[in-house]
Design a protein around this ligand. Structure first.
Ligand code: SF4
Length: 313
């Protein structure tokens, strides 16, 4: 939940009258209520109805029709102007941290989480300290402005801890697997909603990715996907990938869907947009969608032993 009086203060300071509001899919239903509250305060409100998956995915056409875009649920990943970010904190049961302590081998552990749980980290750190474990929480990075924050496209806060054991406080295994590949540390996925603790297995993912690279070797051409979204556009990387093969073609695209890739007809794609597309969504695509590093392996300029999880730096 966000504080409307705080938001009102920020909007007043900026002298805004017309406000565009945007939220990711899970929070979109909150937007009409927020619009009502802002209208009662005298604002004209425009609701963004396009899909939104992160702060990389700002609705600039809605912003351009307003004085400012209020983006809910995330923190900034770039310097796009006239955007106010309103994270959406989600509470959970922090006792899962107590439960993980007996499983640690050392006396020091890195502590990371996603933006919705960053407010829980100080409490989690105190629990570790009380039990004689030194918690290491990394400072902010350009794409992750909160201490200890990781994103599906940035595990910098985990790497910066330098710890051999890392505790991820959050839901799902995507981030913990990414952290494990990025750091080679022992990783514990501690879910503050279910109370479940898991040690993610990155080997299975790596085996799948190896199989995809092998399959892609037979492709006669490669579509290099370049995102038109503000915080996902890696055009220099796409140029580099194109320079590795004369069978590579750049494709600028906003929403990457199975239908679009099917219609374009390439037998293999290389994704420079949101890294989760290649990892999470491969099952939805009928042809291999490689990461940039995987394409380098295919082109012979990188060894599979040097596999790096795809991140936006
Ligand atoms: S690029 Fe992907 S992982 Fe990164 S912020 Fe955007 S949606 Fe999230």
């Amino acid at each position: 939940m966000i504080s409307v009086p705080d938001l009102h203060n920020r909007l007043t300071k900026l002298g805004c009258h017309i406000v565009a509001i945007q939220a990711p899919e899970g929070l979109k239903r909150f937007l009409p209520r927020l619009a009502d509250e802002l209208r009662l305060l005298g604002y004209e409100v425009i609701i963004s109805g396009d899909p939104c998956y992160g702060a990389c995915d700002l609705d600039l056409s809605a912003r351009d029709r307003a004085d400012v875009l209020v983006h809910i649920g995330h923190t900034p990943v770039d310097g796009t102007e006239l955007v106010i970010y309103e994270p959406w904190p989600v509470d959970g049961d922090i006792s899962v941290i107590r439960e993980v302590i007996p499983r640690l081998k050392g006396k020091k552990a890195g502590l990371v989480t996603t933006v919705q749980h960053v407010h829980l980290l100080p409490h989690a750190a105190r629990i570790l300290k009380d039990k004689g474990i030194e918690p290491v929480i990394a400072g902010p990075s350009p794409r992750t402005p909160c201490r200890g924050q990781v994103l599906g496209c940035s595990f910098e806060a985990a790497r910066k801890t330098g710890a051999e054991e890392i505790i991820f406080l959050g839901t799902g295994l995507f981030h913990p697997i990414g952290i494990k590949i990025a750091t080679r540390a022992r990783v514990f996925a501690c879910d503050p909603i279910t109370g479940k603790i898991e040690e993610p297995d990155s080997d299975r993912l790596l085996r799948v990715r190896f199989g995809l690279i092998q399959k892609a070797r037979d492709a006669g051409s490669y579509g290099i996907i370049v995102s038109s979204k503000t915080g996902q556009c890696r055009s220099q990387l796409a140029d580099h990938l194109c320079s590795l093969s004369d069978k590579a073609y750049q494709i600028v695209i906003g929403e990457v869907t199975p239908d679009q890739l099917l219609n374009l007809g390439f037998p293999c794609y290389v994704n420079t947009a949101c890294p989760r597309l290649a990892y999470d969504d491969q099952v939805r695509f009928s042809v291999p969608v490689l990461t940039p590093g995987e394409f380098e392996i295919l082109c012979g300029v990188r060894d599979f032993d040097d596999y790096e999880v795809d991140e936006i730096i």
